[in-house]
Design a protein around this ligand. Structure first.
Ligand code: BG6
Length: 291
């Protein structure tokens, strides 16, 4: 007789840098210490759910393209100063591990950056941030910010999830029908689209007033991936398509056909303001199913 499944965590070298490999009941996740970035999530019977650039390399000073980069404490360009790095301060830096746990419920790793770790010219605030990655029958990523300063703090952020797909022509995105979005390629009035999204060109949208789950339906792969969330009323949908991929330089050949970003966010009108002492947690729970 076999007992209940037990989780495990091992530290290994991956893509040229240290990473934690979480395993539980046939599922596996790889989390780089650089950026506390999930690089891989395999669910039993479904294979890899995340897209990672074939050029992925840790320790280059640049964020890795793929997996789940963490955009914090601002999403996209800095709101006041375009000379600051895009997508915040933490996606290419090492995150100290603050705790690990592996038991019959799963495997979990936690990372923490203190206000002292984060202080610097781009961030004149006093806040700490923790990121937890938990592997059980789904992958759950949570990011918690605590305002440790004496003034209110406003932040935007995203768990910038690159989902792996069979081919862009075969996928549809459900859960965003008739939801108002900011079109970052054509800013102005909010737009809406009625049907499930079929991506046939560059797409860069911040969906607003969207607290529910988003599902990527991949018909050729006969699977769907659902991202459920809390602490968020915005989701970003992004695919760079052909020309932007060429400009980015790290998408690999036809990489744009094999990925869609569905980012669990606090972005656009969903910026979060924390009063002194307050905290906010953003959670994304990713799980796949056979169709
Ligand atoms: C998305 C943004 O979240 O990230 C896009 O909406 C951006 O505008 C994309 O191009 C990738 O950003 P980066 O900094 O990783 O190239």
């Amino acid at each position: 007789m076999t007992g209940p499944a037990a989780g495990s965590i091992a530290f290994e070298e991956r893509y040229g840098g240290p990473a934690a490999v979480l395993a539980y009941d046939g599922a596996r996740a790889v989390v780089a210490l650089q950026g506390a970035q999930v690089l891989s999530y395999e669910q039993p019977g479904l294979g890899e759910l995340l897209w990672l650039s074939p050029m992925a390399a840790l320790g280059t000073g640049k964020a890795v393209r793929g997996g789940i980069p963490v955009c914090w404490p601002w999403f996209g360009p800095h709101p006041q100063d375009g000379s600051h790095p895009a997508h915040g301060l933490v996606r290419a830096r090492p995150w100290p591990v603050s705790a690990t746990r592996a038991d019959t419920k799963g495997a979990r790793i936690s990372f923490a950056l203190t206000a002292g770790d984060l202080a610097g010219p781009f961030w004149p605030h006093t806040a700490s941030v923790t990121l937890d990655v938990e592997l059980s029958n789904a992958l759950t990523v949570s990011i918690t910010t605590r305002n440790e300063g004496t003034a209110p703090l406003t932040l935007t952020q995203a768990l910038h999830t690159y989902l792996r797909i069979s081919d862009i022509d075969g996928v549809r995105v459900a859960g965003l029908e008739d939801v108002p979005f900011i079109d970052q390629l054509d800013p102005g009035e909010l737009k809406r689209e009625q049907p499930r999204v079929h991506i046939t060109r560059e797409v860069d949208r911040i969906y607003q007033d969207q607290p529910g789950r988003v599902t990527l339906i991949d018909l050729p792969a006969a699977r769907r991936i659902t991202i459920a969330k809390t602490g968020s009323t915005s989701s970003v949908l992004w695919n760079p398509w052909i020309e932007k991929s060429a400009r980015l330089g790290d998408m690999g050949e036809n990489g744009y056909r094999r990925m869609v970003c569905i980012e669990t966010a606090n972005a656009g009108h969903d910026a979060v303001t924390l009063r002194p002492g307050a905290r906010h947690t953003l959670v994304a729970r990713i799980s796949g199913e056979r169709l």
